[in-house]
Design a binder for this molecule. Structure first.
Ligand code: HEC
Length: 161
């Protein structure tokens, strides 16, 4: 009886280890899948940045001035900006994935980070102007904020516009 229980136990243990290893072999994403997931994540953050920037672009083009929204969206962009370099810690060079990121991001990390910090500073400067309620000064500060998106894209993203 004891012997049989031991055998059953040992078989169960063996079975579960082999099941475990099969499961983890199947579940473990390939390096390519990991790179694709990293690209997805960073692209989502850029969509979020665009979400906050779009109403500001509208305002700069003549939509009614809304100081409260302008300040809030400026702060949101400033808060997201320092995540940009974090999101590129995963080096996705050389993988066949859907991305517009240029290799130079990982060759000149310091400059990439500078561009992200410029976005943060310009977004805060914009929000500071919006907080005063001064339409002219706020719209004046928008140029630098919007410019910091394009500035990084010019250097670090596939040129598609
Ligand atoms: C520090 C550099 C940097 C800054 C600053 C930056 N971007 Fe980008 N952006 C990129 C890179 C690199 C990509 C390409 C990412 C990819 O395809 O993997 C990108 C992609 C995008 C995309 C495409 C996302 C998609 O659907 O795939 C949008 C939209 C975008 N950025 C908007 C913005 C906006 C709006 C701002 C400013 C508020 C901004 N970006 C600031 C580097 C930057």
């Amino acid at each position: 009886m004891i012997k049989k229980a031991l055998v059953v136990g040992a078989t169960a243990a063996l079975l579960s280890t082999s099941l475990l290893s099969t499961a983890s072999a199947q579940d473990a994403p390939t390096p390519e899948q990991q790179a694709a997931a990293a690209a997805d994540t960073r692209q989502s953050v850029f969509k979020l940045l665009r979400f906050y920037l779009t109403p500001l672009v509208g305002m700069a083009r003549g939509a009614p001035f809304d100081a409260e929204m302008a300040e809030k969206n400026g702060r949101r962009i400033a808060a997201l900006a320092p995540s940009i370099p974090d999101l590129f810690m995963h080096d996705t060079r050389g993988f066949d994935i859907d991305t517009e990121a240029l290799d130079v991001i990982w060759e000149d990390k310091a400059e990439f980070e500078n561009k992200a910090m410029a976005l943060m500073n310009n977004a805060n400067a914009f929000a500071d102007q919006a907080a005063t309620g001064d339409r002219g000064a706020t719209l004046g500060a928008f140029r630098a904020l919007g410019g910091s998106c394009g500035d990084c894209h010019d250097a670090f993203r596939v040129d598609n516009d």
